[in-house]
Design a protein around this ligand. Structure first.
Ligand code: EZ4
Ligand code: CO
Length: 469
């Protein structure tokens, strides 16, 4: 990454000398990119002149001057994107974290995308999205769409700051006073799940996602295994530097989950909204059976039953059950959502804004869903940063068909590096009226927490074969 300026190679002396102001950046890690970018940007600048100049309340035209990619591990790994502009002090912060593949996204941002952004007008968000999505010919995939989301969020942040408005105002203004939130309750047995759920209810939650370990199997998605729930909450410090292997068998899983919800309804009553995450590990007929068996316990929804490749298979589940269905945290294309929404095969679409292309993508998914009576339930785990959680809530409170919002509480060490983000109160999430998305990054603090390689666990069946985690 540290390219001496003399290595500019193909740029040649003439090109280099033609770039005013670039030499000052020569000793910074991205200098080569910036120099190359300034040349490439000649074309994009040509596209950027004209109508957009001065269009924001008579303010002078704006250009992107720098794209900083910050990889940091305050408790877990995050990839942050900071986009600076020609206006002094005006920058945007986005989140481009893809759990277990952070460096691939960072490399895409630094080496391929940053050079395309320098010199562009940051206010042209849709055009930049199209340019970065369709422009390179090779479109899509989780790495590219996460990188694009990071840029998209930073650009919305800039637009909000420039307008002096929180992003939800730019999206049409409030439709609700807060975003109904759900949290996770997991345990090694029913009593532990109940205990964690009760603590969540005491904290104000009205909706709880419940997961329990499968007896006799080591590790079950979303449960603490032999760790305490706190220790298992995904802290990278506790994660192996190679994937942990968990075991899964459908038969005992399909037996225990309905029993868990029978137990929780008996102990917690009817008022609390209960959810369960299948984490894409079931076959269609298994999912249909589980959705059917869970009907007496009236789940808010059953999350991500099937592998993301098998959209049509949701028809089978629908034919057998009235349990509401949610799907989508592994989607990384807008078009993944289309068959499920237009056939009304699900009740909640739960894309990850950080992996599908940011706010620009989410508002299209939300509008498509609105037309087919599908509500939103954006993915909100700890492995996407506070900026994506903020983006979730800005969208949630400005669309008509919001459903529910998954959320986490970030530890102090994360907040030391990334400040701001949505706040939880009495069961709902909300954002402040700070202009933009409301998050900031402390680059000095970020340096104190260098990246640490970490993987998600993987799962295998008893016979050793690979199973979806
Ligand atoms: O396992 O984001 O609903 N939430 C989830 C998450 C996912 C992680 C994977 O990196 O399923 O906790
Ligand atoms: Co999930």
């Amino acid at each position: 990454m540290h390219q001496p300026i003399s290595n500019l190679g193909w740029l040649g002396r003439r090109g280099f000398l033609g770039l005013a102001g670039v030499t000052a950046l020569a000793d910074s890690p991205l200098s080569h990119n910036r120099v190359a970018a300034a040349l490439v940007a000649k074309d994009t600048l040509a596209q950027n002149t004209g109508s957009s100049a001065g269009s924001s309340r008579g303010l002078p035209p704006l250009k992107i001057t720098d794209v900083r990619v910050i990889v940091t591990c305050p408790d877990r790994n995050y990839v942050l994107v900071k986009i600076l502009t020609t206006e002094s002090g005006l920058y945007g912060v986005g989140d481009a974290t893809l759990n277990g593949r952070e460096l691939a996204v960072a490399e895409d941002l630094e080496k391929h995308l940053a050079p395309l952004l320098i010199g562009r007008d940051p206010e042209r968000i849709e055009d930049t999205w199209q340019y970065l999505y369709r422009g390179p010919y090779w479109r899509g995939g989780p790495i590219q769409m996460t990188a694009l989301a990071g840029i998209d969020l930073a650009l919305w942040d800039i637009k909000g700051k420039r307008a002096g408005m929180p992003v939800y105002q730019l999206l049409g203004g409030r439709t609700r006073m807060g975003a109904l939130a759900y949290t996770h309750a997991s345990g090694r047995d029913f009593a532990e799940v109940e205990d964690v759920a009760r603590r969540a209810l005491e904290r104000g939650f009205k909706c709880v996602r419940a997961q329990v370990a499968i007896p006799g199997l080591e590790g079950t998605y979303g449960t603490p295994g032999n760790k305490t729930p706190e220790a298992a909450a995904g802290r990278v410090a506790n994660m192996a530097s190679l994937p942990e292997i968990e075991a899964f068998e459908p038969a005992p899983y399909l037996r225990i989950v309905p029993k868990l919800f029978e137990y929780l309804r008996a102990k917690l009553g009817q008022e609390v909204e209960l959810l369960h995450d299948c984490h894409e590990k079931l076959d269609p007929i298994q999912a249909a059976r589980l959705a059917h068996d869970l009907e007496p316990y009236h789940l808010f929804f059953l999350e991500d039953c099937l592998r993301p490749e098998y959209k049509e298979s949701f028809r089978l589940i629908r034919e057998h059950s009235t349990t509401p269905l949610a799907m989508g945290e592994l989607f990384n294309s807008l078009w993944d959502c289309v068959p499920l929404i237009k056939e009304q095969l699900i009740d909640y679409i739960r894309c990850d804004l950080g992996h599908i292309g940011g706010i620009t993508a989410a508002r299209k998914v939300a509008t498509l869903a609105e037309l087919f009576q599908v509500r939103t339930a954006w993915h909100g785990p700890g492995d996407i940063g506070p900026s994506t959680h903020a983006a979730n809530v800005h969208v949630d409170i400005s669309i008509p068909n919001f459903g529910i919002q998954e959320m986490v509480f970030f530890p102090d060490v994360t907040r030391e590096v990334i400040s701001g983000g949505p706040e939880f109160k009495d069961g709902y999430m909300n954002v402040s009226d700070v202009p933009g998305l409301g998050c900031d990054v402390n680059e000095e603090a970020a340096k104190r927490y260098p990246y640490r390689r970490a993987y998600l666990p993987t799962a295998r069946r008893r016979d050793g074969s690979v199973q979806d985690w």
